[in-house]
Design a protein around this ligand. Sequence first.
Ligand code: PHE
Length: 356
Amino acid sequence: MNDLREKYIELIGAAADEAALEDLRVQAVGKKGEISLQMRSLGKMSPEERQIMGPKLNALKDEINSALAAKKAALADAALNERLQSEWLDVTLPGRTRRQGSIHPVSQVWEECTAIFADMGFSVAEGPQIEKDWYNFDALNIPGHHPARAEMDTFYMNRAEGDDRPPHVLRTHTSPVQIRSMEAQGAPLRIICPGRVYRADYDQTHTPMFHQVEGLAIDKNISMANLKWVLEEFFSAYFGTTVKTRFRASHFPFTEPSAEVDIQCQWKDGSVVVGEGDDWLEVLGSGMVHPKVLAAGGIDPDEWQGFAFGMGIDRIAMLKYGIPDLRAFFDSDLRWLRHYGFASLDVPTIRGGLSR
Ligand code: PHE
C-alpha cells in the first residue's frame, strides 16, 4: 500500500496538465484502477484482515482523491496565471478607434478674438448663462416696461408656483457681464466677455443659442475715438487685412451715444469679401457706457467713462470662413465639422499667427 501511495503521490505531483491527471485518476481510483481492484479483493479476505485493510484502503483512496483535487486546482491556477500574463489588456486604451477630431469654428474664432483683444490689454471675464433679470435688463437701464425686453425674445426660467420674484432669464446678450465685472473689479477696467447667449429666434441667420463677445473699457478719459481704433485694430488683425469701419448712430438703453458698426466689404460671386470695395456689413452694436449703467455697477459716472460693444462671434466666423448657414454650426454634422473644423493644435496667437 505504501508503494501505491508513493507511486501515485509522485505521479500526481508531476502531472503536467488536466488530461494527464485524469489518466492517473482512472489508473488509481477508476473502476478498474489499482486501488479499486485492491478494494475489491477485500471480499476475499478474512474478517480480521478486512477490519485492518478496509480502513487503510479507504484512507489511501481518500488521500489519492484529495491529492488529485489539489493538483487539479493548482493546475487551474497556473493556467489562469498564464492567461493573465499572456492575454493582458490595457484598459486605458480608448474604447473606440482613435480618429482625428477638429476644433469647431466658433471655438476657433472665440480663441482668435481672445488672442487679439488680450494683445490690446483686455482680460477675459465670465458670467452665468442663467442670469438674474436685474443683470440682464434693469442694471443695463432696461426697465420692466421697456420694449427691448420683448424685442430680445427672452427665454424666461420658471419660478415655483406662488414665488413672485422676477424669473431668471437665459441671458439675451453678454452685456450683463459688464455689470458683474464692474462690481467685481471696479475702475479702471478693460475686459472682453466671449460667451453663449439665447433668444427665441430661428432662421438662416438666427439660432436660439448663439455667441457674442462683449467688450468694455473704462477709464478717466476713454472716448468713441478709442472705440473706433480698438475695433479697426481688431478687425484688421482678425481678417488679416486693413478693414475700415463705419459708425451709424443707433440706440441702446445701456449706451449713450450709441452706434452700430459696419465693416467695409464687397460682394463677389455671391460671397462677401471683407476689407475691399464699398459695401458695408453690420457686425456689432456699441457706444459710450450710459452713466446709469456705470452707477448700477458701482462706478462713479462723474469720475469714470468708457465704451462698450457687443459682437456676434458666429457672424464674424461665417464672414471669415465663408460659411453660409448659421444653423449648420449647431447641427453636429460630422461632415460639416470635418470640412470647417480646425486642427486641434492650431491654437491662434498674435505672434504665431491666426488662421486665415
Ligand atoms: N448687447 C447688445 C446686443 O446684444 C450689443 C451691445 C453691447 C451694444 C454693448 C452696445 C454696447 O445687441
